[in-house]
Design a protein around this ligand. Structure first.
Ligand SMILES: Nc1ncnc2c1ncn2[C@@H]1O[C@H](COP(=O)(O)OP(=O)(O)O)[C@@H](O)[C@H]1O
Ligand SMILES: O=P(O)(O)O[C@H]1O[C@H](CO)[C@@H](O[C@H]2O[C@H](CO)[C@@H](O)[C@H](O)[C@H]2O)[C@H](O)[C@H]1O
Length: 466
């Protein structure tokens, strides 16, 4: 029987004194993590949402699963006064001393409490704690409030060696023996998470464009359930669309063929989503709400990023054109979509097959909003933006590259659904503008060195809309 399963009978909420002694370490460590969503606002404190010992803290190696809410009071200028704070999933290892190979995982040393003198660290770097999670998924363990589920059609071996994915991510992923990849969601919210919901549905509909969830990890807290992680087959030897798009010009290769295949893959996923889940017609009233949302996001981004302000009037024109079209009686069909599609969310297997991953949607948006049916043009606009990002990253520059990719992508899309997305330029431009505005804020918060890329796009879009 697994360590986690054995321990499940005695799992208990960790001692409050230990959590109090962790508090100062987390205040320093958490805001530095790439996946920390509350950048730019000081953390005033933490409250505990859930705590489970996955390995006893008294042992040589302890493992604590924590759900903590980070309190970051908003100033009135930031628009709200009663935000409860974001909830994060943490896996904390506790050892006497950290072996040198785990040095990058250090969180700090406990100075007080029952485990004073011990070292705490990000446990996902450590194969043994990472193995505990896989074993819990494999054995469908119940440990305190943690519930591990699996689809028995996937055989999960018990000897897969874990390694943490170290690329920049919004969440954290562990690859097990190049066979499975477990994505642990960091900022967690109660409710149905599209990152599990949509791949599960697509796999039940036999859509080959998405790796099928093999197991998943939940927390049941009171009346609410949280998705904490999803285990999927690892696409061995895959390259993501971003890497390939950057590499192509340097290797003297075109990307049109891949862009076309990506258009087809996107359309296949959209077709299954539209068939299996409800679609709705968006008329004037719904489009007004959509345009209001776009405009509000623009105002908020311009407030936060002064460099965006000169382009705001031109960008509003793109939204105004969509409102005018809706007012004239035009309607659109909305369906479930990917929600945050870009080249990095597309994986190409060595045999050339494309899959789409990461159906979480834009992490900063509320879950209910991310699960609403939306026009598929939104995903297409996401890819348009991504081709533009890639073109900006080429050296030497590749004039016309992004436009050629966009044309090929739309042609591929049209091959599957029979309609070219560019037939609706007003909607596409509004979504492209909305996405570029989102990116301005995203880059300002997370990757300031990249800010010039979406800013250049807002300049271009504003000029074209004026
Ligand atoms: N099924 C998979 N097979 C191979 N690699 C994957 C798979 N799923 C994700 N990855 C890799 O992990 C990275 C992060 O996954 P993603 O779902 O985008 O997480 P995040 O939401 O944290 O960005 C991807 O960029 C990709 O390189
Ligand atoms: O972490 P996620 O993949 O869920 O998405 C977030 O981070 C992305 C960057 O890693 C960000 O994408 C932006 O940069 C990409 C190049 O790195 C580019 O291809 C995308 O078009 C651009 O939006 C994404 O917006 C953000 O939600």
């Amino acid at each position: 029987m697994s360590e986690a399963a054995t321990h499940s009978s005695t799992a208990h909420v960790a001692r409050p004194e230990l959590l109090a002694s962790l508090d100062p370490l987390l205040r320093e460590w958490l805001p530095r993590q790439r996946w920390f969503a509350g950048k730019g606002r000081p953390v005033a404190g933490f409250s505990l949402v859930g705590a489970v010992e996955l390995l006893p803290l008294t042992a040589h190696l302890g493992l604590l699963h924590l759900l903590v809410r980070a309190h970051q009071p908003l100033t009135p200028a930031q628009g709200a006064t009663a935000h409860p704070g974001d909830c994060y999933q943490l896996l904390i290892g506790v050892r006497e001393a950290l072996p040198p190979r785990l040095a990058p995982a250090l969180i700090g040393h406990l100075e007080e409490g029952p485990l004073a003198g011990r070292t705490v660290y990000e446990a996902l770097y450590d194969p043994r704690p990472a193995g505990v999670l896989l074993e819990a998924l494999r054995t469908r363990a119940r440990i305190g409030e943690l519930r591990f589920e699996r689809d028995r059609r996937h055989a999960i071996r018990d000897d897969l060696v874990p390694r943490l994915v170290t690329s920049e991510q919004s969440n954290s992923s562990i690859v097990y023996g190049d066979t499975f990849i477990l994505k642990l969601l960091r900022r967690i919210v109660p409710g149905i998470n599209p990152d599990l919901e949509l791949p599960l549905m697509l796999s039940r509909e036999s859509c080959p464009r998405v790796p099928a969830p093999a197991a998943w990890m939940m927390a049941d807290l009171g009346d609410e359930s949280y998705v904490l992680g999803v285990l999927q087959p690892f696409v061995r030897g895959a390259a993501d669309g971003w890497e390939l798009a950057l590499r192509a010009p340097a290797k003297g290769e075109g990307f049109d063929g891949e862009a076309r295949a990506l258009g087809r893959a996107t359309a296949e996923v959209h077709t299954v989503l539209a068939r299996a889940l409800p679609t709705v017609t968006l008329g004037h009233a719904q489009m007004e709400l959509l345009v209001d949302g776009m405009t509000e996001r623009l105002e908020a981004a311009a407030q936060a990023v002064p460099a965006l302000r000169p382009y705001a009037p031109g960008l509003r024109t793109a939204f105004g054109a969509l409102a005018d079209l809706a007012a004239s009686g035009h309607t659109w069909t909305a369906q479930r979509i990917h929600g945050d599609l870009h080249l990095g969310q597309c994986l190409r297997s060595p045999s050339g097959e494309w899959s789409l991953i990461d159906f979480e949607g834009e992490p900063s948006k509320p879950l209910t909003e991310r699960r609403l049916p939306q026009p598929p043009a939104r995903d297409i606009a996401g890819m348009f933006r991504s081709f533009d990002y890639a073109a900006h990253s080429h050296s030497p520059p590749t004039p016309g590259w992004a436009d050629a990719c966009r044309a090929a992508y739309c042609a591929g899309y049209a091959e599957v659904v029979g309609r070219d997305p560019r037939a609706d330029p007003v909607l596409l431009r509004a979504y492209e503008t909305d996405k570029a505005v989102y990116e301005v804020l995203y880059e300002a918060r997370h990757r300031p060195d990249w800010l010039s890329v979406p800013l250049a796009a807002t300049r271009r879009l504003a000029a074209a809309s004026a």
